[in-house]
Design a binder for this molecule. Sequence first.
Ligand code: HEM
Length: 351
Amino acid sequence: MSQSNLSTAVEEVASDTILNTAAQEAATDTIVNIDLKVQAEKGPDLRKDHPKSHALVWGEFKVEEDIPESLKVGIFAQPKTYPLWMRLSNASPAQKRGKLASDLDPDVRALAIKLLQVEGDKVLDDEQETQDFLLINHPVFFVRDAQGFANLTKASVGQANEEELRSLQPTFEVLKAVTSKQVANPLLIQYWSTTPYQLGSVSIKFSVKPHEQDTPGSPPTSETYLREAVVEYLSEKGKDATFDFLVQLYVNDEQTPIEDPMQEWKEEDSPFIKLATITVPAQKFDFEERKRLDEGLSFMAWHTLAEHAPLGSVNLARKKVYQEIVKARRKYAQHRIEEPQAHSSVLDDPE
Ligand code: HEM
């Protein structure tokens, strides 16, 4: 293939992955509608995805002093230290009412961070001074766009047709690669944004990399071994956990595409640049009051300063999905408190 034919082919493939507005909205609504039903059935006051938390811990996010001038934007404009909440989770929905997936089962492990006392213009107005970062333990996401996630969501409830199932083969391969990773301690593994974001006028992906490396030993046996590992590390051994907050810069559409989060931004094409250090000090966190706070919080990519706005079809879909899911779970919890229901009408029996 000549160079010019090759670039035309690349452009066609690239433009293929960008959904038009109607298709984007339809795919998003498919996700929202199925998610709301699954959430209502399996745990109306829980997150539909990532309901199982290993820890909600506090810490700080210290912006480096010597970051490149062009990246001194938004929260990185000055060498400031922000307080934060960090939540570690499994991605799987609840298996059924009252039964969260076992840590021994294959799963995507995830990290959510909420910076506090952030000044500037937010995209959404439900929280005034926060900046959230959501990541998973793999460098690429398992769908390319909102349509891919809609197909996966349909497949998860047995509603995908044959063609949709066929189109999900690459998705299932990525999911297999992510979920078969052995994790001993979720504080000691690297996480990636997988999808791109703005950093002022440039586009980036971000990653959180621990200073100490995970060392999986003999196979775990407890269904909640990941929470137990964090308790042992932070509360019993009294160790601090530290991480680098890193970014990769967009280079070009072939090596670092915006519209295909299934393609890795390779480090040799775009090396990581450190912008901040995260510290989670030794602490106790495994108590009921903290678990209630954890359940009520909302982490979302769209809790952001305008300078760090999410990019691409997958991120755009998330704007509506997360807002609808958190609204539903908070409304349900609130209603239960305001207007108690008889036991017979409350579907909270795990059996
Ligand atoms: C269209 C794509 C996606 C959909 C539909 C989706 C859906 C969801 C939903 C419904 C929740 C629960 C929200 C809540 O109740 O507060 C959630 C949580 C989460 N998602 Fe996604 N997600 C998507 C993509 C991603 C991506 C690309 C990442 C990061 C690589 C990610 C990471 C997370 C994390 C870390 C949480 C847990 C947040 C917490 O701890 O509260 N998701 N997702």
